[in-house]
Design a protein around this ligand. Structure first.
Ligand SMILES: Cc1cc2nc3c(=O)[nH]c(=O)nc-3n(C[C@H](O)[C@H](O)[C@H](O)COP(=O)(O)OP(=O)(O)OC[C@H]3O[C@@H](n4cnc5c(N)ncnc54)[C@H](O)[C@@H]3O)c2cc1C
Ligand code: FES
Ligand code: FES
Length: 489
């Protein structure tokens, strides 16, 4: 056994040497005298296990982010501050303002979900201060709590507690201790890679893309893990053993997001939360879609690179990336190649990556003058749900209002996220009108033969895929909805 994970917990630096690298933070906490965080689902869905990670931003500010401890591997919190519900009350037993608001508003009954809600609200409390506390809306509160389920209190009292907490936004002892916390975090910061072994298992966290390339070439059978919002479930739900893990979140180049005049270059390990402000400025339609991926806890860990590489047929970023003409910069032993995303998938969860090759960056062209883009996800719930169908469109119109080019990306319709070539061809050269769109819709039946599963029937999927195209037309033209008969006969 070599190497140790260091993090700050309960006001001191904790060093763990003897844990299997796939031990989850939740299991470690509960086995080490901190049973406050609960296990509800062990798959990132219910929020009962929510803890908060504190980390230093590049500008030195302390950022607090809520994450699901049930699917987070312990070595992934190396160098961070870990806060659980046990940390919030002061030593004299004074409740934290978040806890006090929950009590005042009677926001807890059986209490099983409460630690998770409290921690999600604690993160919001600090996020509010980092931006503009006064500007936080109900929407921000809903977003912060969408990953937390409560079976018995009902949400109104919890929302009341959140509103009270935000309205009164009192300074807390973490605000006052910020400098001290930052100093401790700087003291455990690592310059070099972390390597930890436990029996035959090993965990590696390289710091640079060159270190990563060399390491992965030496261990081509290793499992890459970025946020573990997919990989975590392989362990907690499928009981898989992952003997060699290479963690990507500390690779600085993979966290970078570069904004060019024509394209965004997104490092594969940038989290959705880091990406969102950039998308809000540059591709707001995609930002809106990203707020529908999981919930805050998932977006704080999950990455665009993980979504693309995982290649799930219902992965939500890929239809948009396909429509926008995104490409992947792949790296194998330091040799790079660029591949359009529409040539990356070969079949159900099969992709073009060679052994030892990884996704380094995702290049996303920005919609140009004369192009319109939109993407929509259709699922049974707004938040924290899996798509039945997700669609994205990029249309280029010529001077006469005719379709010069159309790119359509769909998820939930085939074994992989895919473009719709028959539909695209059917619309090129046509006027961008409801009649032309209605006439082209049957082409989608040649592109896709969707399946029936518990989320949706094949007929529903086929119909929604067409309706989303019509929605895009209306969205771009402000036109009237044609009668259903005219559209579907
Ligand atoms: C509760 C919950 C809700 C979710 N909701 C949604 C949703 O609404 N929409 C959606 O699309 N997804 C959703 N997901 C799935 C998941 O969050 C996303 O797929 C996410 O983008 C995965 O990113 P990650 O960094 O966590 O990937 P990881 O779990 O770390 O990795 C996923 C896969 O990608 C590989 N990988 C990661 N990075 C690279 C790289 N740079 N190069 C090569 N391979 C790599 C890993 O080896 C693994 O095979 C949800 C997951 C959970 C737990
Ligand atoms: S236990 Fe349900 S999200 Fe972690
Ligand atoms: S108070 Fe019982 S689950 Fe929320």
């Amino acid at each position: 056994m070599t190497g140790s994970v260091r993090f700050v917990l309960g006001g001191r630096v904790v060093e763990v040497r003897d844990a299997d690298p796939t031990t989850t933070v939740l299991n470690w906490l509960r086995a080490n005298g901190r049973p406050g965080s609960k296990e509800g689902c062990a798959e990132g869905d219910c929020g009962a296990c929510t803890v908060v990670l504190g980390d230093l931003a590049p500008d030195g500010r302390l950022l607090y982010r809520a994450v699901n401890a049930c699917i987070l591997f312990l070595p992934m919190i190396d160098g961070k501050l870990l806060l659980t519900v046990e940390d919030l009350a002061g030593e004299d037993g004074d409740l934290h303002p978040v806890q006090a608001a929950m009590v005042d508003k009677h926001a807890s009954q059986c209490g099983f979900c409460t630690p998770g809600f409290v921690m999600a609200l604690f993160a919001l409390h600090h996020q509010g201060r980092a931006t503009d506390g006064s500007g936080l809306t109900d929407g921000a509160i809903h977003d912060a709590l969408a990953g937390n389920l409560c079976r018995c209190t009902g949400y109104r009292p919890i929302l009341d507690a959140a509103r009270t907490m935000m309205a009164e936004r009192a300074e807390d002892r973490f605000d006052r201790a910020e400098e001290g916390i930052a100093t401790v975090l700087r003291s455990i910061r690592r310059d070099g890679p972390l390597t930890m072994t436990h029996g035959a298992a090993s965990f590696h966290a390289p710091r640079s893309v060159d270190e990563l390339a060399t390491l992965f070439a030496a261990h081509p059978n290793a499992t890459l893990v970025a946020g573990a919002t997919d990989v975590g479930l392989w362990v907690t739900k499928q009981g898989r053993s992952l003997p060699t893990l290479i963690h990507l979140a500390q690779v600085r180049e993979l966290r970078r997001i570069d904004e060019g005049a024509d394209a965004l270059e997104v490092g594969a390990a940038a989290t959705y939360t880091d990406l969102l402000p950039v998308l809000e400025r540059r591709i707001p339609e995609l930002a809106a879609l990203v707020t529908r991926i999981g919930a805050a806890q998932v977006r704080n860990s999950g990455t665009l690179g993980g979504n693309v590489a995982n290649g799930s047929p219902i992965g939500d970023s890929m239809p948009a990336l396909l429509a926008l003409g995104a490409s992947l910069v792949l790296n194998r032993s330091g040799v790079r190649r660029e591949l359009p995303l529409d040539r990356f998938y070969h079949g159900y969860r099969k992709n073009d990556l060679k052994p030892g090759e990884f996704v380094e960056r995702i290049r996303i062209p920005l919609p140009r003058e004369g192009q319109r883009f939109a993407t929509w996800k259709v699922s049974k719930r707004r938040d924290q749900d899996i798509s039945a169908v997700c669609a994205a469109f990029l249309v280029t119109l010529d001077g006469e209002g005719q379709v010069a080019a159309l790119r359509a990306g769909y998820g939930g319709m085939a074994a992989t996220p895919a473009r719709a070539p028959a539909l695209e061809a059917a619309l090129v050269g046509q006027p961008w009108t409801a009649d032309a769109v209605a006439a082209a819709m049957p082409a989608l039946d040649r592109d896709f033969r969707p399946m029936t599963d518990m989320r949706a029937s094949d007929r529903y999927r086929a119909l929604v895929a067409k309706n989303l195209l019509m929605r895009f037309l209306l969205h771009t033209t402000g036109g009237e909805l044609p009668s259903l008969e005219a559209v579907h006969g």
